[in-house]
Design a protein around this ligand. Structure first.
Ligand SMILES: Nc1ncnc2c1ncn2[C@@H]1O[C@H](COP(=O)(O)OP(=O)(O)OP(=O)(O)O)[C@@H](O)[C@H]1O
Length: 274
């Protein structure tokens, strides 16, 4: 069964065609990576799947239902971890349960035992159980991102989306975060769709690859199909030697000139755009 079905998806922002008639299906439980240069449409695609951006044409279907707004069974991890500095790793993780708790519970912080155990379990999944009481502000960028993943897991999703989750991390932390993300998805049978611009990380952790260029789907395949020619078509000008040594120009340093993974323009950060 399709975890995510994208059908003839088009999104225009004025004269800009951010997505142009994109169609593909990600089966349940698959770990898919979205590749493409800055401006190719990766964030817009993820936001359409998450129901944060309304398509101009076409549709996204999850469990046979057309996505029209954010869903509780779809969790999103952002590049800027979106976690609260003053709170502990545990409280941040627990806040993932807010979508299913009522107002009084969230104000009085009287989450039930199941939510609390889930928060601890999620921290264990991302290797941070021993840091549960640590304030987020005192954690490294990589650890904060792992807390962001834990919070997403506490939401109890079937689908996890991440928009350039490691773009602002050093190469070592980026590897660690991707490893935990992949393991968490595998362990819990989640369908994942992750945008990345580090090609070697994508090859290392991705199972399925969706390549975008100028809003069009230019590649859809598995690791063996993701040849140097395909990567060159997607990014252009990659040094083969560097690529094979895992230091492709686009890019381990996180400095491809496309550090921003958030939507641009007048779009409110978490608002649904029309
Ligand atoms: N809210 C918006 N208003 C106007 N144009 C937008 C908006 N969001 C995206 N775009 C445009 O749509 C195109 C695709 O943008 P998008 O952010 O999806 O690309 P991206 O591949 O995620 O890029 P990056 O890696 O830099 O985040 C770009 O030309 C961008 O300027």
């Amino acid at each position: 069964m399709a975890g995510i079905r994208v059908e003839n998806l088009t999104k225009e922002f004025g004269d800009t065609v951010a997505l142009d008639d994109v169609s593909f299906e990600i089966p349940e439980g698959e770990f898919a990576v979205v590749l493409g240069t800055s401006g190719s449409g990766k964030s817009t695609l993820l936001r359409c799947v998450n129901g944060l951006t309304a398509p101009t044409d076409g549709q996204v279907t999850i469990q046979g239902e057309t996505v029209t707004k954010p869903r509780n069974d779809v969790a999103m991890v952002f590049q800027q971890h979106n976690i609260i500095d003053g709170m502990s790793a545990y409280s941040n993780a627990l806040s993932g349960a807010l979508g299913r708790t009522d107002f009084t519970t969230s104000v009085l912080r009287t989450h039930d035992r199941k939510d609390k155990l889930q928060a601890l379990d999620a921290l264990e999944t991302v290797g941070l159980l021993d840091e549960a009481e640590q304030r987020a502000a005192r954690m490294s960028g990589g650890q904060q991102q792992r807390v962001g993943i834990a919070r997403a897991l506490v939401q109890n999703p079937n689908i996890i989306l991440a928009d350039e989750p490691v773009a602002s991390l050093d190469p070592g932390s980026a590897q660690t975060v991707m490893r935990y993300l992949r393991e968490a998805a595998e362990e819990r049978g989640l369908t994942a769709m992750i945008s990345l611009h580090q090609v070697n990380l994508a090859r290392q952790f991705g199972q399925r690859f969706i390549g975008l260029a100028d809003g069009k789907l230019v590649f859809d395949g598995y690791r063996d199909d993701l040849t140097f020619d395909v990567i060159d078509k997607l990014y252009g000008g990659i040094d083969m030697e560097q690529f094979l040594s895992g230091k492709n120009g686009a890019d381990e340093s996180g400095d491809s000139g496309s550090a921003s993974a958030t939507a641009t323009g007048s779009e409110a950060k978490n608002g649904v755009t029309q």
